[in-house]
Design a protein around this ligand. Structure first.
Ligand SMILES: *Cc1c(COP(=O)(O)O)cnc(C)c1O
Length: 460
């Protein structure tokens, strides 16, 4: 390989090499085992060399030792957490953007900022949120939740006569009301903004995992109420319209964590479960889960963008008052143009493609639950969206053994889970690359694992 003398020609050469190796990795992934082969990790954990390696050698080492040690979550047989995949256009956009290497602010990256703002506008429209809604991209739902909870905190305190600039010292007490099944990351977001996670007044859930609106405590103007659109075990949606009415009457702030589930709102066949969503004050949705944009990317959306800006603005005197700059709407200052990947994802799908992909997750999850019930497994909830919790009420240990057996087989991957006092495993259908055949292979792998475990127990 000849090394060009021009610096950017050298960068272009390495870039082409990285893209080629990435393409090699992807084409081999469909038939690879899903779990990571970690045998070569020690080859990565070496002493920093005295003199540097060529880009070609660096990339070869990373590919040879690193590619087998990846989890094949980009392919169609990964069902753990809610991981998603990466749509072709979004993945290609990631590569293109890495060559551009823009810092996503108006004066440091005008074109990527345009793509981000257009993507935000598309998403507000797709989710049918109020016209005045504003928002920006964050690394994911955890940071988006934190951003909006800080905004809610500051706005409520200001209404109670405690100005933003004074922080939490000497501030009146706020209350946090949330579903008993709130996502664990929201507790962290609450801790990060100084409210702590122990003050939560927990609202009981129904047999589907939905917050019971009739069990809300009396609300007042010091309350932040946290609802969720998409229970991570059952996929169920809290009755947000009813909760919103109670919040509006009391002057409470309603925040909706819709990390993976909010996309149901963009699908006519699924949107009924999110009636009244537009009445909330703030919403979070990830791009890197259900939408299948690459990691890491989420959105913080707020009905009161001026409050979000008041809480998040940098306000440094040397910064031009660009409107709106993401650095003035989210915690970060310098950051990647992650929203441009979402722009690419949405542009490549169009409204029809988005509908088909997300409805497809729901249909495949339904197929999966039906097949597992036929095989004698228990799915103790309706299939609301894309998540399926599976158990065997009489033998939860068997569920754990089946989970381990499938994980080790490399045929598919999912993790154990506990829900409403039952333990089992959880399956998420959230990758655009997952086909009906992949669902059938997953069911076959689970049934085979049960046989293997039961046979080995009979022998022992
Ligand atoms: C994944 C998830 C989060 C956290 O999102 P990140 O993008 O991983 O930060 C929050 N809430 C729910 C319901 C989730 O599924």
């Amino acid at each position: 390989m000849t090394i060009p003398s021009d610096p950017l020609a050298r960068q272009a050469q390495a870039f082409a090499q990285g893209a080629k190796l990435g393409a090699d990795h992807l084409t081999a992934l469909t038939n690879r085992q899903v779990n990571a082969d970690t045998a070569q990790l020690p080859a990565l954990d070496i002493a920093l060399p005295q003199s540097g390696h060529s880009p070609n050698d660096v990339l070869s080492l990373m590919q040879d030792a690193g590619s087998p040690g990846t989890v094949a979550s980009a392919a169609g047989r990964y069902f753990g957490y809610v991981i998603g995949g990466a749509l072709p256009a979004a993945s290609g956009a990631r590569a293109l953007l890495s060559a551009w290497d823009q810092c996503a602010n108006a004066d440091t990256g005008p074109s990527v900022m345009q793509m981000e703002q257009t993507a935000v506008r598309w998403i507000i429209d797709l989710l049918n949120l109020p016209a005045q809604t504003g928002g920006a991209f964050t690394t994911g739902a955890t940071v988006a939740n934190m951003t909006l909870l800080a905004t809610a905190r500051d706005t409520l305190l200001a209404c109670l006569g405690h100005p933003r600039g004074k922080g939490l010292l000497g501030a009146p007490a706020l209350r946090v009301v949330a579903s008993a099944e709130i996502h664990a990351t929201v507790l962290k977001s609450l801790r990060l903004i100084g409210l702590g996670s122990e003050i939560i007044e927990r609202v009981p859930t129904d047999t589907q995992g939905r917050m019971r609106a009739d069990k809300l405590p009396p609300l007042d103007a010091s309350c932040i109420v946290l609802a969720q659109a998409g229970n991570v075990c059952t996929g169920a949606f809290d009755p947000i319209g009813n909760i919103a009415d109670a919040c509006q009457a009391a002057g409470a702030w309603l925040h909706v964590d819709g990390a993976f589930g909010l996309w149901a709102r963009a699908v006519p066949d699924l949107t009924n479960a999110l009636t009244g969503l537009e009445k909330a004050d703030s919403w979070v949705v990830d791009a890197h889960k259900t939408l299948n944009a690459p990691y890491d990317s989420g959105l913080a959306l707020c009905r009161h963008p001026e409050e979000m800006r008041a809480s998040m603005a940098i306000g440094a005197a040397y910064l031009p008052p660009t409107d709106p700059s993401p650095a003035d709407l989210t915690p970060e200052f310098s950051r990647a143009a992650r929203g441009a990947e979402t722009y690419a994802a949405l542009l490549s799908l169009g409204r029809e493609g988005l509908n088909d992909m997300i409805l497809g997750f729901h249909n495949k999850a339904t197929r999966l639950a039906d097949a597992l019930r036929n095989e004698g497994f228990t799915v103790p909830h309706d299939v609301h969206f894309n998540q399926v919790f599976v158990t065997l009420p009489d033998s939860p240990e068997l569920c754990a053994a089946i989970t381990a057996e499938v994980q080790a087989s490399g045929e598919a991957w999912f993790g154990g889970a506990a829900w409403q006092g039952q333990s089992g495993f959880r399956l998420s259908v959230s990758n655009w690359a997952t086909s009906d055949a992949d669902i059938d292979r997953l069911v076959a792998a689970i049934v085979k694992a049960r046989e293997t475990v039961l046979n080995s127990q009979a022998v022992a």
